[in-house]
Write a protein that binds this ligand. Structure first.
Ligand code: FES
Length: 105
């Protein structure tokens, strides 16, 4: 869900649609989104699973302080999705545990 006409801020300026890949699935995002906002707009709430009990975690502080939203982005683990802007073609994975560095193909 997106707010396209805010009562105070007005209409959302038109932005270009881009495609990102979440766990290898193509997902539509808007230029200027953070990874977390693109996930929420597409109904995806879990960013990672905890190392000990494999419990899901999603956004909590939304200002880059708590690390609950970390994901593996373009092969790099522990990227805070709430403060990282999307880029066209970005490959994002739900992080399991502490994450691992991955080679991109
Ligand atoms: S939600 Fe807290 S760092 Fe992203």
């Amino acid at each position: 869900m997106r707010v396209v006409n805010h009562p105070i801020l007005g209409e959302d300026p038109k932005k270009r649609k881009i495609t990102i890949y979440i766990d290898n699935k193509p997902v539509e995002a808007m230029e200027g989104d953070t990874i977390a906002s693109a996930l929420w707009a597409n109904g995806i709430k879990a960013c990672r699973y905890t190392p000990k009990n494999q419990e899901p975690r999603g956004i909590f502080c939304c200002i880059g302080r708590c690390n609950d939203c970390i994901m593996t982005v373009d092969g790099i683990p522990n990227i805070r999705s709430c403060i990282t802007p999307v880029k066209d073609g970005m490959r994002i994975k739900t992080q399991k545990g502490n994450g691992t560095w991955e080679e991109l193909k």
